[in-house]
Design a protein around this ligand. Structure first.
Ligand SMILES: *Cc1c(COP(=O)(O)O)cnc(C)c1O
Length: 353
């Protein structure tokens, strides 16, 4: 990567860091001193700036607000005991961001802008990366349309932003999940594989209805039969059945999670068989009844691994003792050790800042 990125840097006069209470860092609530901002105009990214975190000024006719050309990413950075800072697998997010951009008819970003821009921004706000175990700096790249016009067409101008948020441990209480039989998150030919804002908007009502029934989230099923499993909330889903890890295979209805792919690599390395294939709720219920369903968990950057203690489908309520989820707990532990620099990064996942 050539360092050709011309960034205009303007720094804050007094850091807000001293006001941050490290013991209370809810997900995505506090932001660091600086942000990166760039504009897409006349077919190219320009005005690349790192500047104090601040509000944006947009017109009411901003087309992203009306027609939803908005995509994002979620990545984490860590500091190890020597004070060195690392980003976890940012190239995977870079590739995925551009896939989302293509699907939403938005311009791609260069590796320099995405990776080098992120690196420079974090370098400036490095002190904000929490040092405590299970803490990290959450990185949120975002792109949205900025044309001010109500005509329905791809915008000609866009904004790219990177913001940083120090986060504490995601409250890892085991979840209760209801299998979704009515609503759909993603259908073939749709946008389920892309990380666009609308996917999240559309998932809120089903999630809220599940919460009213006492469940934390829904397990999404396919649009036609509501039987083939897709994802859990905004995480990928994994099962251990008879000692084998099974997760739905990728297609345009499943988001290609970096955590999912990391889990598969680690499991294969520790000798656990992995299968990426179609899996139905009937297969899961049958395994539960036979006593061969060992573990169920979600995978994603924010919570890493989320254990599932209850799964409801029609009149069947499946209960699990998550303290027996040895495989999920082992993988979570390994991932954390790699990310915090406690063991050798044998897969080359940690990108040094
Ligand atoms: C972001 C996301 C995931 C998790 O992806 P990671 O790269 O592991 O963070 C899974 N499913 C959906 C729908 C997502 O938006």
């Amino acid at each position: 990567m050539t360092d050709v990125l011309d960034i205009n840097v303007s720094k804050i006069t007094a850091s807000k860091l001293k006001h941050l209470r490290q013991e209370d860092l809810p997900f995505g609530k506090y932001f660091t001193d600086h942000m990166l901002e760039a504009d897409f105009e006349n077919g190219e990214w320009r005005n690349i700036e790192i500047k104090p975190y601040q509000p944006l000024l947009i017109e009411p006719s901003n087309s992203a607000l009306h027609y939803g050309q908005a995509i994002f990413e979620g990545i984490k950075a860590f500091r190890n005991h020597d004070g060195e800072a690392y980003i976890f697998r940012p190239y995977e997010n870079f590739i995925r961001f551009n896939l989302s951009a293509q699907r939403m008819c938005m311009p791609e970003v260069s590796e320099e802008l995405f990776i080098e821009g992120m690196r420079r921004l974090i370098e400036i706000d490095k002190e904000w990366i929490p040092l405590k175990n299970d803490h990290s700096l959450y990185i949120r790249p975002l792109m949205f349309a900025t044309d001010s016009a109500l005509g329905v067409k791809p915008s000609e101008t866009y904004k790219f932003l990177i913001m940083l948020s120090p986060v504490g441990p995601f409250h890892a209480v085991p979840m209760k999940i209801a299998v979704e039989e009515h609503y759909t998150r993603a259908a073939p030919g749709g946008v389920g594989f892309s990380k666009n804002a609308g996917n999240y908007g559309g998932s809120m009502l089903p999630a809220m209805l599940a919460r009213k029934q006492g469940y934390d989230q829904v397990l999404w099923t396919d649009a036609f039969e509501h039987k083939w499993l897709q994802e859990v909330g905004m995480m990928n889903i994994g099962f251990i059945i008879n000692g084998v890890f099974i997760t739905p295979d990728l297609g345009d209805t499943i988001l290609n999670g970096v955590t999912r792919s990391s889990v598969i690599t680690i499991l294969q390395d520790i000798g656990i068989k992995t299968e990426e294939r179609r899996i139905s709720i009937d297969e899961v219920v049958e395994a539960y009844n036979k006593g061969t369903l060992n573990e169920v968990f979600g995978m994603g950057t924010a919570a890493v691994i989320s254990l599932i203690k209850e799964l409801k489908y029609k009149n069947t309520v499946m209960h699990f003792d998550t303290s027996n989820f040895t495989t999920a707990l082992k993988v979570k532990h390994k991932l954390n050790e790699i990310r915090h620099g406690l063991i050798k990064d044998k897969y080359g996942w940690m990108f040094k800042i």
